[in-house]
Design a binder for this molecule. Structure first.
Ligand SMILES: Cc1cc2nc3c(=O)[nH]c(=O)nc-3n(C[C@H](O)[C@H](O)[C@H](O)COP(=O)(O)OP(=O)(O)OC[C@H]3O[C@@H](n4cnc5c(N)ncnc54)[C@H](O)[C@@H]3O)c2cc1C
Length: 445
């Protein structure tokens, strides 16, 4: 579907930084291919010259996972839906398509992604490379929706992989950290289009902790955001439905945009800037913010409810812990914030996802709970995140690959039963680490 003129745009000097502003790098040049053939040619010629190659998605990872001092390949011109199999409910797209672009394209043919995270700006390849996830104990992460992919390896070969073909490469590349080659196309298993009815309401966080298992079981997609220094959290329950949204609950239109996006983000931004003026105001600001939380009911097409706009930039760390460790780990974070006297102006997010069988997925082999902590991007994140990481270590946590953490290959290896299998695939496909960078040196070695 859709045809573009083949063009490759080269920009030799532009420096690059990620969305959060946590990392910058200076690639030797930035290439923007629009065909698979061009990507193959870029990989081949770069490897011949002894250069390193890194593909960048939308730059929404908080880590330096996408940074390079070699050749950077952007995929903005490589983002078309290629084919749809209505019977099998699968869609194949070029890897640079964003989740929002993909959702929009397939909505018109009655399909949707099975689940999504909080935003939709990520490319499909960036999202699966870091095992991006949403919430819902019956749903896996986005990598688990992948049923086929094609991968351009360091020698310029294009490998077409699926659970039945080149299966070890397929499993590794389902969440490959960008370490195996360039994902060229991705085939996703979709579901019939559905709407979501979203109920958001403030609760005492202790009540949510007590009832967490029941709330997850009774809602398709349950999560909550707790405001440090308060007893309050905003609970979000999203229920899948085929019912058309009531007009009063629809999220589309100018009014909804102004209410949901502009006002919420603006108010939140004002709070963060006030916190910047005087850090000691943070507990009072948090108390004020938590008290302004209200009940809100929205209904709309699934991707419009899942995907939010985040206009206030922040740094984030997120850990996956075994589901039965989720509430104890959360309680430890809460206690630590008060004990350490930290002043935290951003909420803590708590979610649940299903287990999967993807070697480097943080949900590999276990029902999983996720705890995410955030810091306004004008503040230092390290003291808080180091404390949180120590707690997650004690609860057998595995870090989100796209979010800040301080782990190394040595500390990560024991947490992943399939670690050596992944490394064996990497050694075979990229023995000279042409797709390497400093982040991969640290986490995979
Ligand atoms: C505001 C915000 C909200 C977020 N919400 C969530 C959330 O709800 N849930 C969650 O799990 N995560 C979330 N994230 C994290 C985000 O989903 C991941 O970091 C994701 O990887 C970003 O996708 P990207 O396209 O920006 O990839 P990038 O960050 O650009 O790249 C990530 C990795 O993918 C590799 N890559 C990209 N394309 C290819 C390709 N074609 N071939 C090979 N490798 C490739 C890159 O080389 C890099 O290693 C959020 C991030 C932000 C900034």
């Amino acid at each position: 579907m859709g045809h573009r003129f083949a063009r490759v745009v080269t920009n030799p000097t532009r420096p690059w930084k990620n969305w959060a502003g946590t990392y910058r790098c200076s690639p030797t040049r930035i290439e923007s291919p629009s065909t698979e053939r061009q990507i193959v040619a870029i990989v081949r010629s770069s490897v011949e010259r002894g250069e390193r190659v890194k593909v960048i998605g939308s730059g929404h990872s908080f880590t330096d996972i996408a940074c390079t001092n070699g050749v950077m390949i952007r995929l903005d011109n490589y983002n078309q839906v290629l084919s749809v199999d209505r019977g099998a409910a699968t869609v194949t797209a070029q890897s640079g398509i964003t989740l929002l672009q993909l959702s929009e394209a397939i909505a018109h043919i009655g399909l949707a992604m099975e689940n999504m995270g909080d935003i939709g700006y990520q490319t499909i390849s960036g999202a699966i490379s870091t095992a991006t996830h949403g919430t819902g104990e019956r749903f896996g992460n986005i990598s688990s929706q992948v049923v086929g992919l094609s991968l351009i390896t360091a020698n310029g070969d294009v490998r077409h992989c699926s659970p039945d073909k080149d299966a070890d490469v397929f499993k590794a590349a389902q969440s490959g950290l960008g370490a195996l080659g360039v994902l060229s196309t991705v085939t996703l298993k979709c579901v019939p289009a559905y709407n979501l009815r979203s109920v958001q309401e403030p609760h005492l966080v202790d009540e949510l902790l007590e009832q967490f298992d029941e709330l997850c079981a009774s809602s398709d997609h349950f999560e909550f955001f707790w405001w440090p220094h308060t007893d309050l959290a905003q609970a979000i329950s999203n229920t899948r439905t085929q019912d058309p949204p009531l007009k009063s609950e629809r999220r589309t239109g100018v009014r909804a945009y102004v209410n949901d996006i502009v006002v919420e983000n603006y108010a939140f931004g004002v709070v963060q800037r006030a916190a910047q003026v005087r850090r000691s105001w943070i507990p009072s600001l948090a108390g004020f913010t938590a008290k302004t939380l209200t009940r809100k009911v929205m209904a709309d097409r699934s991707d419009r409810i899942f995907a939010n706009q985040r206009l206030v930039r922040f740094a984030e760390m997120e850990y996956a812990v075994p589901r039965d460790q989720l509430i104890p780990a959360f309680r430890d974070v809460r206690t630590m914030i008060e004990r350490a006297g930290l002043l935290i102006s951003f909420p803590v997010e708590v979610r649940a996802v299903a287990a999967d069988d993807i070697p480097l997925s943080p949900a590999y082999g276990r029902e999983t709970g996720y705890i995410a902590v955030h810091v306004f991007n004008k503040f230092q994140y390290e003291p808080y995140f180091r404390e949180v990481e120590a707690i997650m270590d004690a609860h057998d946590g595995r870090p989100h690959w796209g979010k800040l953490h301080f782990q190394t290959a040595e500390t990560l290896r024991p947490r992943y039963p399939m670690w050596d299998r992944f490394l064996a695939v990497r050694d075979r496909l990229d023995p000279n680490r042409r797709f390497g960078n400093s982040y991969l040196n640290r986490v995979l070695s």
